[in-house]
Design a protein around this ligand. Sequence first.
Ligand SMILES: O=C[C@H](O)[C@H](O)[C@H](O)COP(=O)(O)O
Length: 219
Amino acid sequence: MNADALKKMAAEAALRYIQPGMIVGVGTGSTTNFFIEALGAARIHVDGYVASSLATENRLKMQGFNVLDLNGTGDIPVYIDGADEADPHFRLIKGGGGALTREKVVASAARLFVCIADVSKDKPMLGKFPLPVEVIPFARSYVARQLVKLGGSPTLRDGVTTDNGNAILDVTGLDLSDPLRMEETINAIPGVLDNGIFARRRADVLLFGSADGIIERKT
Ligand SMILES: O=C[C@H](O)[C@H](O)[C@H](O)COP(=O)(O)O
């Protein structure tokens, strides 16, 4: 099975967490796009959706779904999103699509975070995938120098502006053996909006599509 078939499998499995009448948070990326398709086919009557990016908002609206402003919903019951890496402790790297900051906000406002991915994202530890860091453009070079001091090699993601009007630095070479510490250390650099380590707000459920079927792990 190819990666898309495995992503679709994970996305469809996430439907078991969606109940009629709920408000559902929806992430960003190719796996989440399969989830949005599956929602369309399943016709579960939810109250509305909170999108973690403008791209997701547009996709949801194209399906005719009711998209809600997070400022008006309070906490939400469930959030479904993909990841670039997941470790055995439910910690993640996210932001390959540049949506990490809003994703972390919606994940944090959710009572249950279900992460969907193909099994290639299941890793013994985080750190192979370059870590996305969202920075305000004014601070880009300063932040890059601080990331070098932390042992990283930052590269500006060319031509990318996030939904929040910012730039993304993709950082390789960081020691992520203590992901929570690195998440907080990077976020303490002035000019950083957020970074793609999800260690403080981890996933609650991991759903991996694999050739042997769905692998489901719960905290
Ligand atoms: O900013 C993007 C997100 O964090 C995505 O959820 C992540 O990059 C995984 O994307 P995909 O489902 O396309 O592999």
